[in-house]
Design a protein around this ligand. Structure first.
Ligand SMILES: [Zn+2]
Length: 212
């Protein structure tokens, strides 16, 4: 007998695979051949925000990258590699940055307390905080400031996606690609549109344009 947690995983998985096959016969045969996801999802690593579940989509429908606080950092080869493969090889049509309220990473950045190495990763959120300090300080309660920083962080990450050569070269080639931001509320299970949609270089600050 293996580890109890592995036994449990395997038993749960078997049940799920059987159910899925029963509901959609041939599902796995079809997926085994190829994937054609329409969107890349960049979300938080938080256990409460599983991409497929909250988006209500099946395996094969979304290409996923998750890290602490759904950050897009221009020196992160992991995230950049996921984006490059999704955009250039899979040719996804959408990049969705999904943040969430009550994000521990955003809270740590807001509170300014040390948690270890991760504080250096979260410095990227403190940059967002600094940029919007006046707006955030005007809010009355801590909860409002926390919620707003979660939203502003998503917005910034949408732009960070667009500032990469990956996205700008896709647009230059005439590839249709829309980058947008949504936020998930762990308290009610609902996604909210943040109305930040970028689908051409004209919507970017000229400082970030990198023509070939
Ligand atoms: Zn989070």
């Amino acid at each position: 007998m293996g580890l109890q947690i592995v036994d449990k995983l395997i038993a749960n998985n078997k049940k799920w695979a059987e159910e899925t096959n029963r509901n959609s016969p041939g599902f796995f045969d079809k997926l085994a051949k190829q994937q054609h996801p329409e969107m890349l999802w960049i979300g938080c690593a938080d256990s409460r925000v599983p991409a497929n579940t909250i988006a209500g989509v099946m395996p094969g429908e979304v290409f996923v990258h998750r890290n602490v606080a759904n950050l897009v950092v221009n020196t992160d080869f992991n995230c950049l590699s996921v984006m490059q493969y999704a955009v250039e090889v899979l040719k996804v049509k959408y990049v969705i940055v999904c943040g969430h309220y009550n994000c521990g990473g955003v809270k740590a950045a807001l509170d300014g307390k040390q948690f270890g190495l991760i504080d250096n990763w979260l410095a990227n959120i403190r940059d967002v905080y600094k940029e919007h300090k006046e707006e955030i300080y005007k809010l009355d309660s801590y909860d409002e400031r926390f919620d707003r920083l979660c939203e502003l962080n998503v917005r910034q990450q949408v732009y960070n996606v667009c500032h990469t050569t990956i996205v700008q070269n896709a647009w230059a080639r005439g590839q249709e690609l829309t980058v947008c931001g949504v936020i998930y509320d762990v308290a009610d299970g609902l996604l909210k549109d943040l109305d930040v949609v970028v689908n051409s270089k004209e919507l970017l600050n000229e400082v970030y344009l990198v023509d070939k």
